[in-house]
Design a protein around this ligand. Structure first.
Ligand code: NDP
Ligand code: ZN
Length: 352
């Protein structure tokens, strides 16, 4: 089969591979709609998870089941499914402890385009199909549903990690597709003043549509100053980090956070060996400013619950799809868009 792959750090291209085999609990799926992710860019061009050779990329897909293993109960060939980016081993001790995304080791629930071939191939393998696939609800647009693989669950996880409560003042740093979904999630969770930080005009407009009460431009000056000005010097209750550089990712967040506040970070820190924490603003270590950061949880139950938010119209991630391609051959174009981030891009989707 054909797939669009990482050939090595900084190199991508089409390759031929043997089709994957289907285990008794597993499924083989052919992609119907896929999307490249900023994480693919960190992986290929920053070598963030180390070198990978001839690994098919991609972890965001809606597809059609082609084959299921003998022990699969709830899915059959022909079913249209949403495939979460994270597909844990549900019997692992880590999953039993509540951290399915780390099943088998740190980040090991993230298999596609990390430990095995991803979804940009003619076929891909899904482990534990009953636990890791979700049926695509009737009437939900397939392209919008691709955003359920990763953008919706990651943005919402930032909000969960920050533990946003009714009436909280919240700042979401970064309003690419992940940050936009964090804005939508924080609004659903009952944020009061909901500040968002970004600069691309269509992201700014969409952030307001998803519930931001104000969008601050980091190019206009220190965002900490901008937040303190608006909060009478007190800062915000919660910060969600979904963008910005790697090394200083926590600096501004800690400075703009109230004592007792929480940071929820879903940023993928692609470069550098250490991150920095500003000592004094962190209360010399005694400020009760919690940093919670993590990989999104995967699996079927969460996927079905998030899909219900689309089906009921509570969230419409389809509005983020600025570029639509028809045909597998456009994979490279779509991925390079994600790398170059032209001003009018929020998220591309490739329909196959
Ligand atoms: P984008 O690159 O599309 O968005 C980044 C955002 O950060 C943009 O709004 C950008 O502003 C803003 N930004 C850039 N520089 C600064 C700065 N100095 N200060 C403040 N804001 C800044 O990324 P995505 O939304 O696609 O992804 C966000 C992150 O989430 C990535 O690191 C990605 O890898 C990660 N991720 C993590 C996952 C997880 O499970 N934890 C899963 C999926 C993704 P501008 O408007 O100017 O472009
Ligand atoms: Zn992703």
């Amino acid at each position: 089969m054909k797939g669009f792959a990482m050939l090595g750090i900084g190199k991508v291209g089409w390759i031929e591979k043997e089709a994957p085999a289907c285990g008794p609990l597993d499924a083989l799926v052919k992609p119907l709609a896929v999307s490249p992710c900023t994480s693919d860019i960190h992986t290929v061009w920053e070598g963030a998870i180390g070198d990978r050779h001839d690994m098919i990329l991609g972890h965001e897909a809606v597809g059609e089941v082609v084959e299921v293993g003998a022990l699969v109960k709830d899915f059959k060939p022909g079913d249209k499914v949403i495939v979460p980016a994270i597909t844990p081993d549900w019997g692992s001790l880590e999953a039993q402890a509540g951290y399915s995304m780390h099943s088998g080791g740190m980040l090991a629930g993230w298999k596609f385009s990390n430990f095995k071939d991803g979804v940009f191939g003619e076929l891909f393998h899904v482990n534990e199909a009953d636990a890791n696939l979700a049926h695509l609800p009737e009437g939900v647009d397939m392209a919008a549903a691709v955003m359920l693989s990763d953008m919706v669950p990651t943005g919402f996880h930032g909000v969960e990690l920050a533990d946003v409560q009714f009436g909280d003042d919240v700042c979401v740093i970064g309003i690419g597709p992940v940050g936009l979904m964090a804005v939508a999630g924080a609004a659903l969770r009952g944020a009061a003043n909901l500040y968002a930080v970004g600069s691309r005009p269509n992201c700014v407009a969409l952030a307001k549509e998803y519930g931001a009460t104000e969008v601050l431009n980091y190019r206009d000056g220190d965002i900490v100053e901008q937040i303190l000005e608006r909060t009478h010097g007190k800062g915000v209750d919660r910060v969600v980090i979904a963008g910005g550089n790697a090394e200083d990712t926590f600096v501004q967040a800690i400075r703009m956070l109230k004592p007792g506040g929480r940071i929820g970070s879903v940023n993928y820190l692609g470069s550098g060996d250490y991150v920095r924490i500003p000592r004094v603003e962190w209360g010399c270590g005694m400020g009760h400013k919690v940093i919670a950061s993590g990989l999104m949880p995967g699996g079927r139950l969460r996927m079905e619950k998030l899909a219900a938010l689309l089906a009921t119209g509570r969230v419409d991630p389809g509005k983020m799809l600025t570029h639509r391609f028809q045909g597998f051959e456009h994979m490279e174009e779509a991925l390079l868009l994600m790398k170059d981030k032209p001003k009018d891009l929020i998220k591309p989707v490739v329909l196959i």
